[in-house]
Design a protein. Structure first.
Length: 319
């Protein structure tokens, strides 16, 4: 069974049952510009909801996309590489293990951008945070696990199967619309998939999200830790995203967006995405080092509405 192969701060595994209620009854392309750990993608894939669909997964963190591409193309080699790194740490005293973690992080920052290094660092970092400084260097802290919990070969192989034919796009969400985000067909894709993909690209090969598209958005939350790339997430970023959500909705796409229940999010949706309905939810946040700070917090799910103010959802799958 495929499931996220690395920990992800703000992952949506707990919210999957709620989010499945907002899957449209019919669509031909699934787009997720903020992949993260991919909990929603894997849930949809395991339930067969994405069978025969064009699937576009993206993230502004190009290292994360490269990691997923490695899983997609060579999970066996990746599993062996990260297992070797974990075995080297096994049995070390805490001080040596910390030095080992720091040494791998320093190698990465010096330009050794190997997927096994990146996966090891995710497994060995506090809550899987992909934290970066303003220079774009990784600066996450060690989680004190000796050795870290790494994904098994079987997990990576299951994820590789789920990623067959999936397009993995390493760019910011704005490039999904402004003509600079171009589709590069997976060389292993079948001819039928290539034709389907072409049907959702504009004349210059850039992405086009409109009728028959289901778009799931899970951006960083304002007020949370936001250093997943060197460019911190801001209210302006969230505004730009909500404006795109409105544009895609007006074209006929079904758009779902999750976010903390904050005045900023409510105000931006009300002003820039009036076609959306807000559904109350909650989730536990794992970023806080203090366990008492991980209690459920209010969240919102913004869902497209049709011209009759009815959310365009259907019971397309069960939990």
């Amino acid at each position: 069974m495929a499931h996220p192969f690395h920990r992800q701060a703000g992952g949506k595994a707990e919210q999957v049952p709620l989010l499945l209620k907002h899957v449209p009854g019919a669509f031909s392309v699934y787009a997720e510009p903020f992949l993260g750990g991919g909990a929603v993608f894997y849930a949809l894939q395991e339930r067969g909801v994405l069978e025969g669909k064009v699937v576009l997964l993206g993230d502004a963190d190009s290292a994360l996309i490269r990691l997923n591409q490695t899983v997609q193309r060579n999970p066996t080699r990746l599993a062996a590489g990260v297992a070797h790194l974990a075995a080297d740490m096994d049995g070390m005293p805490a001080a040596s293990a910390r030095e080992y973690f720091t040494a791998i992080r320093d190698l990465w920052n010096a330009g050794a951008h190997r997927s096994d290094y990146f996966l090891f660092l995710l497994a060995a970092s506090f809550n899987g945070l992909r934290r970066r400084n303003r220079q774009g260097q990784l600066n996450m802290s060690w989680n004190k696990e000796i050795p870290p919990r790494i994904p098994s070969l079987e997990t990576l192989q299951a994820c590789a199967l789920a990623l067959v034919g999936v397009e993995l796009l390493p760019f910011d969400f704005r490039r999904w619309e402004n003509g600079h985000g171009h589709l590069h067909l997976n060389p292993d894709a079948e001819e039928e998939h290539a034709r389907a993909l072409a049907a959702h690209a504009s004349g210059d090969g850039s992405i086009f999200l409109g009728p028959e598209a289901f778009v799931y958005l899970d951006p960083p939350y304002l007020g949370d830790f936001t250093g997943y790339t060197q460019d911190a997430w801001s209210r302006d970023d969230l505004r730009d995203l909500i404006q795109l959500a409105s544009l895609w909705t007006q074209r006929g796409a079904h758009v779902v967006c999750t976010h903390a229940d904050t005045p900023d999010f409510r105000d931006l949706v009300r002003e820039f995405w009036p076609e959306a309905e807000l559904v109350a939810a909650s989730e536990r946040r794992s970023i806080n080092r203090d366990g008492d700070g991980r209690a459920p917090v209010p969240t919102l799910v913004a869902v497209s509405r049709d011209g009759n103010d009815t959310p365009r959802t259907a019971a397309a799958c069960s939990g």
